[in-house]
Design a protein around this ligand. Sequence first.
Ligand code: NAI
Length: 327
Amino acid sequence: MEKIAFFDTKPYDKVWFDKLNTDFEIKYIESKLTTDTAHAARGCKAVVAFVNDNIGSDVIDVLCEIGVKLIALRCAGYNNVDLKYAKDKINIVRVPVYSPYAIAEHTMALLLGVNRKIPRAFIRTRDFNFSLNGLTGFDLHGKTAGIIGTGQIGRVFIDICRGFGMKIIAYDPCPAEGCDIEYVSLDKLLAESDVISLHCPLTTETRYIINEASIAKMKDGVVILNTSRGQLIDTDALLQALKDKKIRGAGLDVYEEETELFFEDYSSTIIQDDVLSLLVSLPNVIMTSHQAFLTDEALQKIAEVTLFNLKQFFDGEALQNSVVYQK
Ligand code: NAI
């Protein structure tokens, strides 16, 4: 049996891989994939990595040196991989789609949570504080949702918003064909949306797409949702706008400096990231720890497709889900 080194393992990852795997000997490793931990893959031709494994040139060098030929990402995004450097050295595959519903539904959960202040209400009632002061929200019905990125997830989120009676406008340089979506310029979207939700990938063009200048173009009292990638938002600019009450609230599943923090328990330590501490402390911000994907259906699909990707590689077939560097 071919051996696979599986990095950044969490108990919820193992459930479906153990259930579905029949072809490989999987070596589960709790650590993230780094230049130091990469050596644990010695003897394996393939490694499985996740979204916060920082796969730069140094890690790729170590993997190549010990004979690894394939990095199978068990996620859709691949901004954490230096694709240019990987070209012609090592194969990269990913899980392009697993459950757009999981992420879109979590986005709506964040919107409802922020708008109707559910976490605060929950804490109050548990303390037998039945006061409603400060918990006023707004009707979503009739409001405008501005969707940045209308791929798999953005389109499911649009359907969900429509179910709430929201008007939809969208911005995407590659508009989806055959969809009944009103596309507008980014500036118009910023100016007209009551809720702005990010569903585009992290690229050089989209990095800090939400920044001081773009925030200045937004309506007062807008709600920002980000379940895509942390670096789409300049967090300092977001914080300032939240303090200024320009932005009414934010629902964030990702954070630009999440790599060293998310997926781990730091509840007994003092977090050194002051920006994160301040953000989390605000009453109108809900942050989750990159968990939008975390449903049974998504985890099952991630395991199925990753095992399929591995099998294709070891069977010498063309890699259906390969990711290649494009200029
Ligand atoms: P997709 O590839 O189906 O859609 C992305 C869309 O963004 C495409 O329509 C593309 O044309 C558009 N886009 C590209 N550049 C843009 C720009 N400059 N401005 C506006 N739109 C632009 O991707 P999918 O599956 O919908 O995923 C979207 C993002 O969600 C991923 O890139 C990933 O970062 C994030 N994600 C987050 C997860 C989580 O657990 N929080 C899980 C899975 C994905």
